[in-house]
Design a protein around this ligand. Structure first.
Ligand code: OGA
Ligand code: NI
Length: 210
């Protein structure tokens, strides 16, 4: 698939017809490597935190449900490689609003690391008390990934289960309210940028608990 021109339509079609889309080469390898350098910077300064389950007062940490570490991205303070990625997502958001009438107002994104031995059990990306998440997107950054390394994204579709290898440059996106999914046990460090397109503006909340 052509990197720049065709993938927008491919994603819009996928979301409209089957509630998900997978683009193998969403990011060129130079951009993947530049983003991995930003990961290394943040890892050195220990900015990653355990990811929780639920929100606000319901926030819990349970390693038997999810074992990833995250760092939220403040778009106003992102380094250039990350800014470039957010520009691509913004472009996708505008396209989806024009073609699919999704009414996306904003998006939120974090850096994600699944260390060896971690996973995220089957779930939906919606909080019980907050339906703002419309489209989930994950961009994978694992340049050396091979079968056996684990960490596949498992999608529970109507008629089948589909496993997606988390290989570098790939973008997976799906309707947050509809597609149940999980992250299979990862044997290696597994890197990604994970985000959600929201039908509400992020507002001040973003700055408070991140
Ligand atoms: C999530 C999630 C999937 C993945 O963060 O909610 O399901 O492949 N991530 O990282
Ligand atoms: Ni999820």
């Amino acid at each position: 698939m052509n990197l720049t021109s065709d993938y927008l339509e491919f994603i819009a079609d996928g979301l409209a017809n089957q509630d998900y889309a997978i683009v193998d080469h969403f990011l060129p390898m130079e951009e993947v490597n530049d983003i991995l350098k930003v990961f290394a910077l943040h890892q050195d300064s220990d900015r990653f935190k355990r990811a929780g389950i639920g929100k606000d007062d319901n926030l819990q940490y349970d390693r038997s449900i999810r074992g990833d570490y995250i760092k939220w991205i403040d778009p106003n303070d992102a380094l250039l490689p990350v800014q470039k990625f957010l520009d691509r997502i913004n472009h996708l958001k505008d396209y989806l609003n024009r073609t699919c009438f999704l009414g996306i107002k904003d998006y939120e994104t974090h850096f994600t690391i699944y260390p060896p031995g971690s996973f995220y059990k089957r779930h939906l990306d919606q909080f019980k008390n907050d339906g703002a998440r419309k489209i989930s997107f994950i961009c994978y950054l694992n340049t050396q990934w091979q079968p056996g390394d684990g960490g596949e994204l498992r999608l529970y579709l109507d008629k089948e289960i589909r496993d997606i290898a988390p290989t570098a440059g790939k973008l997976a996106c799906f309707r947050s309210e509809i597609i149940e999914h999980e992250v299979l046990l990862s044997m290696k460090d597994r890197f990604s940028l994970t985000g959600w397109m929201l039908n509400l503006p992020l507002g001040l909340e973003f700055m408070v608990d991140r």
